[in-house]
Design a protein around this ligand. Structure first.
Ligand code: SF4
Length: 188
């Protein structure tokens, strides 16, 4: 029999319990396995307002296949979603709606800024456009581009997966966002 191996109930005491168990048992922590599950099961809410929407459809289609990353099923109720994908120009008029959707989402939740307009207002440096949605809600991943190519969107998604897996702060309850500078209407 090979040295150091198990066989027919014979126990080799020279091997530590950890070595022996690692052959057949995976030892982990609950939060790590939950984070691993979460990173492969995003339920995204697409908040699509403008031309970046075409690129979002391309990412979601079979050529780029966002399903490979476990984020295939868009939910059109924020209460069933944990990833808010903000796609396209956000005007000040739309800001309270965006914040309301964010506030209704389940915790823990993440926000993906898709395209230059969402990241910084893009080319719309004017009074009507929100100059970056991080003035309204916390953003986890910024993906620039006008529009961003599907490859960079998928890269952003992979970055978000890494963040969810390695940074426990992303799991914290984010709470309610206020409408902020965009509008003074109350969100209830
Ligand atoms: S970033 Fe460019 S493509 Fe995307 S919504 Fe703005 S103007 Fe349209």
């Amino acid at each position: 029999m090979e040295e150091g191996s198990f066989g027919l109930g014979v126990i080799d005491e020279s091997r530590s319990a950890e070595t022996v168990l690692s052959d057949s048992v995976v030892i982990t922590q609950l939060d790590k396995i939950v984070a691993w599950g979460r990173k492969y099961s995003f339920f995204l809410y697409p908040f699509v307002t403008a031309c970046c929407g075409m690129e979002f459809m391309s990412v979601a289609g079979p050529r780029y296949d966002i399903d490979r990353f476990g984020a295939a099923l868009p939910r059109f109720s924020p209460r069933q979603a944990d990833l808010l994908m903000v796609v396209g120009t956000i005007s000040h008029k739309q800001a309270p709606i965006l914040v309301k959707v964010y506030n209704q989402m389940t915790e823990p939740k993440w926000v993906f800024a898709f395209g230059s307009c969402v990241v910084s207002g893009g080319m719309y440096n004017n009074y009507a456009t929100v100059q970056g949605i991080d003035s309204l809600i916390p953003v986890d991943v910024y993906v620039p581009g006008c529009p961003p190519r599907p490859e960079i969107v998928l890269d952003g998604l992979i970055k978000l997966q890494e963040k969810v897996e390695t940074n426990p702060n992303t799991m914290m309850v984010k709470g309610i966002a206020t409408v902020g500078e965009a509008d003074d209407r109350k969100i209830t």
